[in-house]
Design a protein around this ligand. Structure first.
Ligand code: RIB
Ligand code: CA
Length: 316
């Protein structure tokens, strides 16, 4: 599932800001028509992820609804990622107080009503998939009205556990519903997102841009990358995961990708949230259900990110 890069794809961005979700909002504002931003608990509790989405909307001066959704997963207990993003979910920068309130608290109803009224949106999912799974359950016709689902999550290795990536670990039952939906899927897993790092050189290119957005993002990147460097022995900066789920739609030529069968484990101390990505060359392997991103032209993707930050940075 890809779209022409000559038209701005319409998207609903379901996210849990989160440093890299914030970058996804910036890139989406630059390369897409954002029909709505919905939020879910994940990197931080729902109140914080909804607030942080409003902060990014405020800084970008976007006239886009922000609607909050699920405060917790379908089955497993809620769990957050303050150990990566800080208790606020966006530690590391002096954030302005958003002036526009939330536009609603029913993200699932917003998603269903919006795609039924205006078919053709992509759902871009950069947090736990709870809202999307609930929307699929409540509206079995959802797939008739969307272009597809591009999600950040999964991979052939994990980060929350050895085998499970955080978004899918946080709500494995929701992930299993979405990945098993039969809808057009693009997966930006850790195999590709770890190749897109906020290195010191790249952060300096952000810091050199005038305006409030660049000042906020350089602080966020400093915090995020310091956290990643302290917690990994082989990373030069934070993996900026979430914007790749946006760029997979707007700029597919940045990536190498393969159609593969993917499934999600819902049980097991080490395997809960694990994605099974079938890479076998057996001719009788299961039919693919997902386009899996394997590699990215990181420099080109970072250049687009810089352009997006420049476009969103009005001089103080
Ligand atoms: O595992 C990385 C993912 O979990 C990213 O989307 C990050 O923002 C967190 O949600
Ligand atoms: Ca996220």
């Amino acid at each position: 599932m890809t779209s022409s890069t000559t038209t701005r794809p319409r998207i609903i961005l379901d996210c849990d800001p989160g440093h890299d979700d914030a970058v996804a909002i910036v890139v989406a504002a630059h390369r897409c028509d954002i029909v709505g931003i919905t939020t879910v608990a994940g990197n931080a509790p729902l109140e914080r992820t909804a607030y942080n989405a409003r902060v990014m909307r405020h800084i970008l001066d976007l006239d886009v609804p922000v609607v909050s959704g699920a405060a917790g997963p379908l089955v497993v207990p809620p769990a957050f990622a303050g150990y990566v993003h800080g208790e606020s979910g966006l530690d590391g920068a002096d954030l302005p107080e958003p002036t526009r309130p939330l536009d609603g608290t029913d993200a699932v109803g917003f998603i269903i009503d919006t795609v039924r009224a205006d078919p053709g949106c992509h759902l871009v999912v950069t947090g736990p998939m709870t809202n999307i799974a609930l929307a699929l359950r409540m509206a079995p016709d959802l797939g008739d009205h969307i272009a597809g689902i591009s999600f950040m999550g999964g991979g052939t290795f994990g980060n929350r556990t050895a085998m499970a990536e955080f978004n899918l670990w946080a709500d494995p039952h929701a992930a299993a519903i979405v990945v098993g939906s039969g809808l057009p899927l693009i997966m930006a897993g850790l195999d590709v997102t770890h190749r897109f790092q906020a290195t010191p050189e790249r952060i300096e290119r952000v810091r050199a841009i005038d305006g409030r957005l660049a000042a906020v993002l350089s602080g966020l990147f400093d915090f995020f990358s310091a956290n990643y460097r302290s917690r990994h022995d082989d990373m030069a900066g934070a993996a900026v995961h979430d914007p790749l789920a946006v760029l997979a739609i707007t700029d597919p030529a940045l990536f190498t990708m393969r159609d593969r069968f993917v499934d999600v484990m819902t049980e097991g101390h080490h395997t809960r949230g694990m994605t099974i990505v079938d890479q076998r060359t057996l001719v009788d392997r299961p039919a693919p259900n997902c386009t899996v991103l394997d590699d990215v032209d990181a420099e080109a993707a970072w250049s687009i990110t810089i352009d997006a930050i420049r476009a969103g940075s009005r001089p103080e």
